[in-house]
Design a protein around this ligand. Structure first.
Ligand SMILES: NC(=O)c1ccc[n+]([C@@H]2O[C@H](COP(=O)([O-])OP(=O)(O)OC[C@H]3O[C@@H](n4cnc5c(N)ncnc54)[C@H](OP(=O)(O)O)[C@@H]3O)[C@@H](O)[C@H]2O)c1
Length: 251
């Protein structure tokens, strides 16, 4: 069975997505920095289904050498779907944001998915049944105050992935590229974005989703022929959409 690769699988949406794809009997390659969390997830998957092969690779994807090394390690496996999910935010005004953190955020949220998407497309675009799913955000379609740079990183993910989806279609490639754009989801995201130990999602936001629900949205997107799976920030409803950005086919 070809493998599904998920980055950022040690917590939140990536963790829940690994369990969701395990529910589809998919062999998995899981990556993040925290090896122990990934090994715990591997054990949990094997308690549910011991027949699923789970490969764990640790990597710091804010380091482009480690990004390339991660891809090189996956070359030993046949791949079906690559999900670039790892990412984080910085909650601050542009004037006050932590520039060292912002530099890492740009590398993790944009540079890593660009490298990994490009290498995956290079190797697999001609293969039937392959998919690339990049995790953006509703903030990858709408700017949010005090999250401007984070949203800009996600606009990049949305625009890059939509453009790639159009390019693959225009070339007649069987591979599909898709954007998952969740809205507020109860994960470790707020802790890192705000540099806090605890965060009460329900008290801070009227409507939130669990990571398990977002993992189901991811499966819905995976099963569909649409390029965008977007949680509408106003209604909190999940919508499968065609690309939203204007696109001009090369002349
Ligand atoms: N939660 C939300 O409200 C929300 C809304 C819209 C979009 N999103 C997006 O959803 C994606 C998943 O976020 P989440 O909410 O599930 O947050 P999360 O619980 O903080 O998970 C983030 C994942 O990324 C990994 N990661 C972080 N830094 C990394 C690095 N330098 N190298 C490799 N892996 C790294 C983390 O693993 P390690 O720490 O073990 O490396 C973790 O597995 C992100 O792209 C985020 O922007 C989240």
């Amino acid at each position: 069975m070809p493998y599904v690769v998920i980055t950022g699988a040690s917590s939140g949406i990536g963790y829940a997505s690994a369990l969701a794809f395990a529910g589809r009997n998919k062999d998995l390659i899981l990556t993040a920095r925290r090896k122990q969390k990934l090994e715990e997830l591997k054990s949990t998957i094997h308690e549910i289904n011991p027949n699923i092969d789970v490969v764990v690779f640790t990597a710091d994807l804010s380091d482009s050498d480690e990004v390339r090394h991660l891809y090189a390690r996956t070359k030993a496996y046949e791949l079906e779907t690559w999900i670039n999910n790892a990412g984080f935010g910085e909650y601050a005004s542009v004037a006050e944001q932590d520039l060292a953190k912002v530099e890492n955020m740009l590398k993790l949220n944009d540079l890593a998915p660009t490298i990994l998407s490009s290498l995956f497309v290079r190797d697999y675009a001609a293969k039937e049944g392959t998919q690339l799913i990049n995790v953006s955000s509703d903030g990858g379609y709408t700017m949010v105050g005090n999250f401007v740079t984070y949203c800009a990183t996600k606009f990049f993910v949305s625009a890059f992935t939509e453009g790639l989806a159009q390019e693959l279609l225009a070339e007649g490639s069987p591979m599909r590229a898709k954007v998952l754009a969740p809205a507020v989801t109860e994960t470790e995201f707020a802790h890192r974005a705000m540099n806090v130990e605890t965060f009460d999602y329900k008290a801070s936001f009227g409507q939130i989703h669990t990571p398990e629900r977002v993992a189901q949205f991811l499966l819905d997107l995976y099963d569909s022929d649409k390029a965008v799976g977007l949680v509408n920030g106003e209604t909190n409803q999940f919508e499968l959409r065609d690309p939203l950005f204007p696109y001009i086919t090369k002349g």
